[in-house]
Design a protein around this ligand. Structure first.
Ligand code: ADP
Ligand code: MG
Length: 508
């Protein structure tokens, strides 16, 4: 368990995340304008009359966007609401032409209800993280503040693009239900899992650097063993795993400090200061009342029937949780390995391509990937399964290369040490497949028993005193003989075969 030592007691952290992902669709959630707002597109060229909030313009719900929300809802094991609604959240800011955001507050209700995802908890066991809801809403435009002190510019290309906001749940009524995030590492694992689910489903690129995924981080602390939830603060718009983790830790310590000095934490909205990794109060938190929510009279109730849900369910690919279960169940991988190999769909696809249905390869491929390829990103293009064409580019190791290397070890054609040498040669730019590299450098192991037997006979003949000692009970000398045979064969003999034959001959 992640705890922080205080002066009077140990403290634990309670974390709630509100994650926004930018949803992939051709057009915006309530208009026909293109939802592509990438920075190369000229400002304000993808803005319809609806997005610009011209008087009398009416929103029309994009059904594909609804499908995306349903798909994601199924991906997080959630209830899909059969009758949901949209409401207006009023606030004034220049990036929001309407003067309100169309969204789905908790009691509206939103299209995706209660759900959960599984992550690896800090104790190494699977942990369920409960999700309260996921709702559809509009994104706002982007403001640019010019170096010129008096000018700001608004680009509404992004205004009206669909966002899905996923909110984790604290089961306040059942405090013993600790299916929520309780450490910075769990927060990161939760966000990575959300990202992978969104990507696997084609719902979002969910890329924090690009801004297509961001999170509001709610943090409170309580003494270890306590069941109550204390006042939380919220740090908004976080766009990096690292910042999120630093912010949680800093914020938790700040709150503990307040409590231990007899103070109370107030429910504030915090700002994260990138420079020094601290948080500071930005404003006191606004209440729902401040937003004057009311059902949007321009939009009908959103009705979803079973048929639609089933149609979408049929199109769902295997999600990371199922892939992990398959790796552990069918392929016998350890939990840690399965987790590493499902960090992204690209990685699991690469792994599946290398294993290619040959289960006996799985462990070897997993080991090579995790201990070597992850450490050599320059030689591993996880998206690209083929060799790099540019002549001076580093050698790209493909799934078939690793499969061949693992097979050679399995067949005892080479030993582990030789496999490593071949691997290093590939990193160094040898472009042939492993079998040819082995041939080229004379690394093929001698598995031919007659050749090994001959070497053993020589070694036995040259070391009669040791043979006698062995035969009279000093079996620890086996290593001595193995070493000699290996030297005699230039390290190429298969050690398993050497061991077996040696024992036979010595004990004959
Ligand atoms: P809002 O921030 O819009 O008022 P909610 O009340 O729905 O939203 O809560 C936002 C998030 O804060 C949720 O993920 C929720 O689980 C989390 N949260 C609520 N209370 C606490 C608390 N005491 N400590 C940590 N997180 C909390
Ligand atoms: Mg919030």
């Amino acid at each position: 368990m992640f705890t922080i030592k205080g002066k009077t007691c140990d403290w634990e952290v309670v974390i709630g995340l509100e994650t926004h992902i930018e949803v992939l669709s051709n057009s915006k959630i309530f208009s026909g304008a293109s939802a592509d707002y990438n920075p190369t597109i000229a400002p304000n060229t993808q803005v319809s009359m609806v997005d610009a909030a011209m008087p009398g313009m009416l929103p029309v719900l994009n059904e594909y966007c609804v499908d995306q929300a349903i798909k994601f809802g199924l991906g997080i094991n959630a209830d899909i609401t059969r009758h949901s609604r949209f409401a207006r959240k009023q606030y004034f800011y220049p990036d929001l032409p309407q003067g309100y955001q169309i969204t789905q507050p908790a009691d509206c209700p939103p299209v995706v209800g209660r759900g959960w995802i599984e992550i690896m908890g800090d104790d190494g066991n699977p942990k369920k993280i409960l999700i309260e809801r996921a709702h559809m809403e509009q994104d706002a435009g982007k403001l640019k503040h010019d170096a010129h002190p008096t000018k700001s510019f608004a680009d509404y290309n992004r205004a009206g693009v669909m966002l899905l906001e996923i909110v984790t749940w604290l089961d306040v009524k059942n405090p013993e239900n600790n299916s929520f995030i309780t450490s910075p590492d769990e927060a990161e694992r939760y966000l990575r899992e959300i990202r992978e689910i969104a990507r696997a489903l084609g719902v979002s690129k969910a890329n924090m650097e690009e801004g297509s995924m961001r999170a509001d981080v709610n943090v409170s602390v309580r003494p270890v063993g306590s069941n109550e939830f204390r006042t939380r603060t919220e740090t908004k718009n976080m766009v990096s795993f690292k910042f999120i983790k630093t912010a949680i830790e800093y914020e938790a310590k700040r709150q503990i400090d307040i409590y231990e000095n007899g103070g109370t934490v107030t429910q504030d909205t915090m700002r994260y200061n990138q420079g020094d990794g601290t948080t500071s109060v930005q404003r006191s938190k606004e209440d729902a009342l401040d937003y004057r929510y009311f059902p949007d009279p321009d939009l009908l109730e959103l009705v979803i029937d079973d048929e639609r849900i089933e149609r979408i369910r049929k199109t769902m690919p295997e999600l990371p949780a199922a892939t992990r279960a398959r790796y552990m169940g069918e392929l016998g991988l350890a939990e840690y390995d399965a987790a590493r190999l499902t960090e992204s769909t690209d990685i699991s696809k690469w792994f599946d391509a290398a294993v290619a249905g040959k289960k006996e390869r799985a462990k070897g491929v997993a080991n090579w990937m995790i201990s070597e390829l992850f450490a050599h990103p320059e030689n591993w293009d996880v998206k690209n399964e083929t060799q790099n064409a540019a002549p001076d580019a580093p050698r790209i190791i493909c799934p078939s290369d690793l499969a061949e290397l693992v097979d050679m070890v399995l067949e005892n054609a080479i030993n582990g040490k030789q496999a490593k040498e071949i691997f290093i040669k590939m990193l160094d730019g040898e472009t042939e497949p492993p079998r040819q590299i082995a041939k080229k450098f004379g690394m093929e192991q001698i598995t031919d028993t007659s050749a090994i037997a001959a070497a053993i006979d020589d070694v036995i003949a040259a070391n009669t005193p040791q043979v006698e000692q062995y035969r009279s009970g000093k079996v620890g000398l086996l290593g001595f003989f193995v070493g000699n045979v290996m030297r005699a064969t230039g390290g190429k003999a298969n050690p398993a075969v050497v061991n077996e034959l040696l024992k036979k001959k010595l004990e004959a």
